[in-house]
Write a protein that binds this ligand. Sequence first.
Ligand SMILES: *Cc1c(COP(=O)(O)O)cnc(C)c1O
Length: 461
Amino acid sequence: MKYISTRGNAPILSFEDAMLTGLARDGGLYVPETISQMSHGDIAAMAGLPYEEIAFRVMQPFMGDSFSENELMDAIIKAYAGFSHDARAPLVQLGPNHHLLELFHGPTLAFKDFAMQLIGQLFQKALGRRGEQVTIVGATSGDTGSAAIEAFKGLDSANVFILFPNGRVSDVQRRQMTTPVEPNVHAIAMEGTFDTCQAMLKDMFNDFGFRDGVKLAGVNSINWARVLAQVVYYFSSATALGAPHRKVSFTVPTGNFGDIFAGYIAKRMGLPIDRLVIATNRNDILHRAISTGRYDMDTVFPTITPSMDIQISSNFERALFDAYDRNGGAVTQLMGEMKQGGFGISQSALEGLRKHFDSGSSAEDTTSATIKAIFESTGELLCPHSAVGVKVAHDHMGTSPMITLATAHPAKFPDAVEAAMGIRPVLPDWISDLFDRPERLTEMPNDLQKMKSLIRERIAL
Ligand SMILES: *Cc1c(COP(=O)(O)O)cnc(C)c1O
């Protein structure tokens, strides 16, 4: 299995190299040259299997000979051993024909653990074999950073530096990044916003001398290996509800288009998915793109769903690549227009996108009201991101069972949940001492030279 760039002008790579590289050198995103197919019988045989077994069957065909079967199974088992629920991704019922897929039973209480824990293990195996060490640098608005730190802490193949905007992440998110004691973990509190952190990250990756010198590696949501790990729970949940014998639909709270793109891959592999519904908050560039055909950047409004406060939806480029019949030149042109503020999607590409995706958005007060209403009618406490999904799902109910993805545990966003309904969600027992642990972080100005020096110093130790 080979991987090509959405801009058509970067080296063709194996799964392992695409995973270690992250962003392609032409600025594009890696996608598989072909999508592996699952037959009706293959999918039917998944019903009732342990999550780990389904993960192996879904991901293995995409890996070529990058990992042996034993290596992959070992990585999967280690990745999910730290989850606090035996089903890993359990379903609960919210109402007639509506189910919630709880993706928050991992170590940092958000769905990003599913992908990050796995790629931590795969990085360790690939780099151990090569005798190499890499420097992982990531920018986060909260959940990605804690998931990356939790996945890579203590691994001898990597140092991990996470840039987060000082004072702009929740206390739980910050403490999840600053309390791990392992010396290969570096939490960096940057002056500025999430966009400042992301721009700094981009500058480091575009400085090829620095990039190659410290062996920079990226684990942000554009990494194909992360997308692939997220395809698995579409299969596990759909087969639990009767696929492939009947179709199911999904609603996915999204900003960067990573999670819902994984659902699209599941559908392309043969999973009978009826509708894939994009759910956004007030920062609704994706909803506007699907409903109007214009992809126009706006300013980012801060909301009670900070993990979806995004204007540039990186993974959407992968969907555009397919919608434009895999024409890298066309994608390069659109991304160039985006630098001027936006672009129009061609009529045929828009029709292609609408064949798979519906969309909707939820305003702040509606999101809060949904948290309250769902608690009152079911006893389930939603995080605000999941509530955006549930609200938009309600607007798109059809005849197929609807599965809404619950992307974080409510205790990760206690202020928003308390404001919505008066109950302050509590952390699960196993993490309840989070506020007693000492914190360790480095404050940094928005200065590229200083950041590069800091990284060089730390990895020389
Ligand atoms: C990251 C995140 C999202 C958005 O995920 P995408 O990769 O943008 O699809 C939604 N909810 C939570 C809690 C998250 O951490």
